[in-house]
Structure formats: C-alpha cells, structure tokens
Design a protein around this ligand. Structure first.
Ligand code: KIV
Length: 264
C-alpha cells in the first residue's frame, strides 16, 4: 500500500510525476482503488451513476457526507476529496458552515468546489479557515441547466481567456489543486503551465499534472453513453451481466449450490 498523499506531497508532484485520481462512492470500491490511486474523489457524479438521476444537481450535502464516510472507511490511507454539491455553497458563510460539517462528520482531507473567478472570494474564506479546497474549472457539470448543456471550453477566445483567469483566481484564493474539465488540450496545457498547483484533467488532454476519471465510466459499468475522453479499462457491464446470467442458469439447473457450498 503506498504512503498516504498530503497536500505537500501532491504539490511536490507537479512536474515530477503524474497524479491519478478516481471517483468512488462506497467503501468496497474505494478499498480496491486505494491500491493504485493517489486521490479518491467522492464526486457528485454519484447522483448520475449511482442514483440514476439525469444530472448532478439534486444530490444533497447529507448524501455526499454519507458516501464520503463510506469511502473514508474503505480507503483510510488514501487522500479523499468530497465534492460540495449544488446549492451547498451559495454564500461564503454557508460554504464555510457546510465545509466544516463535511470535515466534522467525515475524514475527508479536502473539499472540491466548482467555479473560478466567481468563487474566488468564497474559496479564500474557506482556505483562511483551514479548509483544504480543490478547485474545479472549465466545463462545470453543476451549470448544465443554466448553460443549456455540457459546453467544452477553449474553442473560442473568450472562454479560453476566462478559464485561464479562473485558474489564476482559484490558485490565488488558496486552492491546493484544481480539476480542469472539458477543455481543448492547448487550454489544458496552458493552465497547467500558468499555475503552480497541480492541475488534474478530465477531458483536458495529456499535458495536465494528472488525470481523473469517473470509476463507472473507466470500468465500463456505465453503458448508456461513453464520453470521448473516457477510456474503458474493463468491460464491467458485460462481465457482470455474464456472471449473473451464469448464476441464474446454475440456480435453475441445480448446479448451484454444489457440495462445496453446503454446510455439513
Ligand atoms: O463529480 C465528479 O465525479 C467530478 C469529476 C468529473 C471531476 O467532479
């Protein structure tokens, strides 16, 4: 089991080694991912892949706390980040109260906040009060309804410049690292160059300081669609369906339970 990362070791990794982050929502998978991942993100994407909702917006803070507790139980020696859900950080006072709640009720090492310049003051308020914050810029899933879809950033000059400004503002506010999602690879590379904190990409090209993927995407459990940036390292859905089919057949034909599965 590798040594648990700290903010210092994560920041020292910049330019030295690439960082791997993966989402997890429960203790079992978290314990499996802990063997290889530097960080585990309890992402609000769980609202889609775990609960089956159409977007991330309806997950509550208490639900995020429940899943973060589970992940921390499964991966006590891994750096864990809890996503602050939509509606939980509307003001800096509310953000601090809710971040303190996450820190008091879970063993999370940090929280993650979507937004750039518009969140800089709020992030500063949190970091001034001993909350470790990971930023999240670029494509912001919590803005899917207000922006009318998932919009890749950096294809036009305005969004390119905005994301660069967002990165600088989030770093300046004291975030220890940031996620950059859904941007052109040249913007991913530029952001990685202009800030001194680790930049973890998802759909942001190969030049970032690390990568994050949603576990159910990269293990092939989520079949409905495959975003362009996802690589499936396992055909999980196919394997599970095959295994359960075999189980059902063996129950039906009496092959299971066999002698070795039966108490004497
Ligand atoms: O919720 C999530 O899983 C995320 C990742 C996509 C970075 O925020």
């Amino acid at each position: 089991m590798p040594k648990k990362e700290t903010i210092t070791s994560l920041q020292q990794a910049k330019g030295q080694r690439k960082l791997t982050m993966i989402t997890a929502y429960d203790a079992l998978f978290a314990s499996l991912f802990a063997e290889s991942a530097d960080m585990i993100l309890v992402g609000d994407s769980l609202n889609m892949s775990f609960k089956g909702a159409p977007d991330t917006l309806s997950v509550t803070l208490d639900q995020m706390i429940y899943h973060t507790q589970a992940v921390c139980n499964g991966a006590p020696d891994t750096f864990v980040i809890c996503d602050m859900p939509f509606g939980s950080i509307n003001t800096k006072e509310e953000a601090l109260a809710n971040a303190v709640k996450v820190f008091q009720e879970t063993n999370a090492d940090a929280i993650k906040i979507e937004g750039g310049c518009n969140r800089a003051e709020l992030i500063k308020h949190l970091t001034d009060n001993a909350i470790a914050v990971m930023g999240h810029i670029g494509l912001l899933p919590q803005s899917v309804r207000s922006e009318g879809g998932y919009k890749v950033k950096g294809r036009d000059e305005e969004s390119f410049e905005q994301v660069l400004e967002d990165a600088k503002a989030v770093e300046e506010a004291g975030a220890f690292a940031l996620v950059i999602e859904g941007v052109t690879p040249n913007l991913g590379a530029m952001v990685t160059e202009v800030v001194n904190i680790p930049v973890i990409g998802i759909g942001a090209g190969n030049a970032t300081d690390g990568q994050v993927l949603v576990w159910s995407d990269m293990l092939g459990f989520f079949e409905a669609f495959k975003p362009k940036f996802v690589k499936r390292y396992l055909e999980g859905a196919k394997l599970v369906k095959e295994a359960v089919k075999n189980y059902a057949q063996e129950v039906q034909n009496g092959a299971f339970p066999a002698e070795e599965h039966t108490y004497k």
